[in-house]
Design a binder for this molecule. Sequence first.
Ligand code: AHG
Ligand code: MN
Ligand code: MN
Length: 345
Amino acid sequence: MSSKGIITIERHIIEAERQFPEATGAFSNILYDIAFAAKMIGKEVRRAGLADVLGYTGEVNVQGEEVRKLDEYAHEVLFKALDHTGHLCGMASEEVEDFIPIPDRFPTGNYSVVFDPLDGSSNIDANVSVGTIFSVQRKVSDHPRGCVDDCLQPGYKQVAAGYVVYGSSTMLVYTTGNGVHGFTLEPSIGEFLLSHPHMCIPEKGQRIYSVNEGNYSRWSAGQRRMVDWMKGATPDNPRPFSSRYIGSLVADFHRNLLYGGLFMYPADVKNPNGKLRLLYEAAPLAMIVEHAGGKATDGQRRIMEIEPESLHQRTPLFIGTSEYVDLAARFLAEETVEEPALAGV
Ligand code: AHG
Ligand code: MN
Ligand code: MN
């Protein structure tokens, strides 16, 4: 037990809120509600192989992907945890094409939440780690009960962001702009306990790159040169990187946050804007990584400055150790690239 004793996520949120005398508690309640939803989703994820949750609903989501029942369940859990609280003016979800207004029977509030209810869902059947990603924004529209504009804000306007990784343990990691903090679920008491206070991505982290090399033939010349260099396929890299790719963004990101490294989902000739979604995948993780000392770009632009035009807008994503994100930008600009002296790695 740490010298400060056991700190639950509830206590952590309350102590953070006390720093803002004008805080109304609405924001804290949103984080509690998301933590509650994460416990519910985690329970089903752990039983996925048993609860006949596997398989397909036979429907297709806005991404054109077959929806596995667990995606739908996770969406419903988050929606139902948040829709009645009176703290939100609306939501947006990977699983729903349009803006999700608060049902008329409930009051509205001054925040919106955008989420990817289940990230990495294609991995569910294989028992590979999956996750949930969320982003909290302040109401900005004049619409009395909220509208899509309240969800369509650039990343730097987020007031909180976080993710849950349902892996060997269930961890919730979030930031409100005052450090990045990780909580591990103690299943025997159903509480998220502070296990990783003030998370920082290692500055001289491990030389890890995460990318789906199956897309190599569709990449730009700069992207191919970068990965060739990283894997030591060219003579000018004496210390090749290690390749790690789980195929669940949250799991790949979480590992790189802890160990260092670079996750890439680049544009390619088939997906000129990449595959990942700006609002509920790239931007929340960009807020996390920046507050942990890392960087997130689309190859050139800071993710947090990209103005969203639509809810499911995609973006290329380069996220992780600042030095490697900068290296990627140089390769993609096809400049001559001198690897910085990565002392001590
Ligand atoms: P989701 O399950 O929410 O649709 O996200 C899947 C994403 C992301 O988790 C992962 O990094 C990426 O898809 C993997 O894509 P590829 O299979 O094309 O590598
Ligand atoms: Mn996802
Ligand atoms: Mn998803």
